[in-house]
Write a protein that binds this ligand. Structure first.
Ligand code: RTP
Ligand code: MG
Length: 159
């Protein structure tokens, strides 16, 4: 309905290099996106240069895990998605589960990180943590994407 379409929200989801490296895990994660009724607005496979990685994670630059995070995220191909859904931002983060894999396995065993995560750094997926982050991160991964045009078009498209 008209009202329902208005409630759609965008988020940025990324399948990280640890998961893309394993075709069955990549496929399982993609399947989870579809089963949870996200609309895949755009997706692409890409590889980061070290500079991209450093820029994206600049907010963590002082942290002890920064170097290995930056190295890991530029170590091989990943897949980025612009996803749309009601409450997309929080819904995708719920599906991913806690950042730390041991914690995910303990408190949220059904989540993506609990099922497929390897370590606290190699934890399968990324998801924007707010609507503002989503807009910034979508622009980082998809500089050509016109979020405002998409939001205006969604009404007639989903009516
Ligand atoms: P993200 O930003 O990727 O959605 O993850 P998050 O909010 O759940 O976690 P955050 O604290 O923002 O950390 C960003 C990414 O850094 C890696 N990390 N490694 N102890 C570690 O080795 C460690 N802690 C965090 C993870 O890849 C995490 O997703
Ligand atoms: Mg974060």
């Amino acid at each position: 309905s008209f009202r329902g379409a208005r409630a759609l929200q965008l988020t940025l989801a990324v399948i990280k290099p640890d998961a893309v490296a394993h075709p069955l895990i990549l496929e399982a994660l993609h399947q989870q996106i579809l089963e949870n009724r996200f609309i895949i607005v755009q997706s692409k496979d890409l590889v980061w240069k070290r500079k991209d990685s450093e820029k994206f994670y600049a907010e963590h630059s002082g942290r002890f895990f920064y170097q290995r995070l930056v190295e890991f995220m530029s170590s091989g191909p990943m897949r980025a998605y612009i996803l749309a859904r009601k409450d997309a931002v929080s819904y995708w983060r719920e599906l991913m589960g806690p950042t730390k894999v041991y914690r995910a396995r303990h408190v949220a065993p059904g989540t993506l990180r609990a099922q497929y995560g390897l370590t606290d750094t190699r934890n399968t997926t990324h998801g924007s943590d707010s609507i503002e982050s989503a807009m910034r991160e979508i622009a980082f991964f998809f500089p050509e994407f016109q979020a405002h045009e998409w939001i205006e078009r969604e009404e007639p498209f989903f009516r």
